[in-house]
Design a protein around this ligand. Structure first.
Ligand code: FAD
Length: 387
């Protein structure tokens, strides 16, 4: 019998959702196996393959949460969370999708008809979007950002620097958070502006990281876009950012959960095969307990991700700072722990690049940094406890 909580089945999902998860799993197993993945990702350097994204778009999977009137597939936020978990577990090279989905959420809430038509069309065709908040001197303290936009002859002109803009180099357009008014508190005077990747005055420079080339520095030097590029209201940027935090944290949490499960599965298969002292290493209690702990934590994280996704579906307007931060914190810390424990369980082979565990560890360590560090998630949770 399939276990209910370990990712191979889930009694809380509808038959339709279980069928959907199975289809995604089959696609990943068929198209993204180890040898093929190496080719698709240029030796694991580029984790977003346009061809795979386009094929998933054709299946309607990238149109989840996009209304049908804009060419999307509709569906719930829980469907999107299931897709993210399963594609991360199946190692589908669609790295730009999570950040794309974050921008899709903002467009759904605040986009104009024209913006939705244009950008939802791009996403349902397999295209990517990016978001730029962080700056060289503004990370956790997002509201301290300095990049600016000023009105000039009816256009917006952007200046400043952005740091860590994931997949900007592949995005059709980048949602840039800028200061449009310097008066008032740091949270006031922020706005969101959509900038097409090829706009003159925008320079995108890749940043080399432990995880390959996925993120970029942006320079805005008199970058001019029309007035209609403003997303939502002028000066409403902070409120708009806050309204997307539930979904952003569930998106990152669901992806991290898939990665955690992948590291777990890989280590488990290894522990059943590898023999020392005449026995499989999985027969040693020291190893068994690691798996028992991780399996329990995976089940907990899965319940948390799915229940907060459901709460978001039930009431998209409701702010869930505590729950969403718990999802991000629990799932990303678990991904890191599963990859680290996986490496220990696999011994020297876990450390070797021939095996995937070192790659999972490199992918996992950053999940507790981006989208708000674990320390910031704990600050938020503590605040909701009245501390
Ligand atoms: C690979 C990658 C991709 C990213 N993608 C994007 C993206 O697409 N768009 C985007 O806008 N940003 C992106 N980021 C930026 C990311 O969100 C920031 O790196 C993150 O918010 C932390 O900011 P920082 O790196 O400046 O660290 P800092 O804010 O300088 O923090 C440094 C350390 O101090 C701790 N700290 C800071 N403040 C507090 C506090 N109040 N209490 C306790 N501890 C604190 C932090 O937890 C951390 O340990 C990405 C980052 C990376 C590495």
């Amino acid at each position: 019998m399939e276990a209910a909580l370990t990712g191979r089945g889930d009694l809380t999902l509808s038959d339709e959702q279980q069928d959907f998860v199975r289809s995604v799993r089959d696609f990943c197993a068929r198209e993204c196996g180890p040898q093929r993945l190496r080719e698709l990702t240029n030796g694991f350097e580029d984790l977003h393959n346009e061809e795979i994204a386009r094929r998933m778009a054709e299946l309607g999977w990238l149109g989840i949460t996009i209304p049908e009137e804009y060419g999307g597939s509709g569906g719930t936020f829980l469907d999107a969370a299931l897709f993210l978990e399963e594609t991360a577990k199946g190692e589908a090279p669609i790295g730009a999708y999570a950040v794309t989905l974050i921008v899709v959420g903002t467009l759904n809430r605040f986009g104009s008809e024209e913006q939705k038509r244009r950008l939802f069309g791009a996403v349902t065709g397999g295209g990517a979007l990016a978001i730029a908040m962080s700056e060289p001197d503004s990370g956790s303290d997002v509201a301290s950002l300095k990049a600016s936009a000023e009105r000039s002859n009816g256009d917006w002109v952007l200046n400043g620097s952005k740091m860590w803009c994931s997949y900007a180099h592949k995005a059709e357009e980048i949602l840039i958070v800028v200061r449009t008014d310097r008066g008032g508190s740091p949270h006031q005077g922020l706005s969101m502006i959509l900038v097409p990747r090829e706009t003159a005055g925008l320079t995108i420079t890749p940043i080399e990281t432990l995880g390959g080339t996925e993120t970029n520095e942006l320079h805005l030097d008199g970058c001019r876009v029309p007035a209609e590029a403003l997303l939502g209201s002028e000066g409403g940027g902070w409120t708009q950012l806050m309204s997307g935090l539930n979904s952003e944290r569930v998106i990152l949490g669901a992806s991290a959960l898939g990665l955690a499960q992948r590291a777990f599965d890989e280590a488990l298969a290894y522990a059943k095969e590898r023999r020392q002292f005449g026995r499989p290493i999985g027969s040693f209690q020291a190893i068994q307990h690691k798996f028992a702990d991780m399996a329990t934590d995976l089940a907990q994280a899965r319940l948390l991700v799915r229940s907060v996704a459901r709460m978001t579906d039930d009431d998209p307007e409701r702010m869930l700072p505590q729950e969403a931060s718990m999802v991000k914190l629990a799932s990303t810390e678990l991904a890191k722990r599963c990859a680290l424990e996986g490496m220990q369980i696999m011994g020297g082979y876990g450390y070797a690049s021939e095996y995937p565990m070192e790659r999972y560890l490199r992918s996992a360590v950053v999940t507790t940094i981006f989208g708000g560090t674990s320390e910031i998630q704990k600050n938020i949770i503590a605040k909701t406890l009245g501390l």
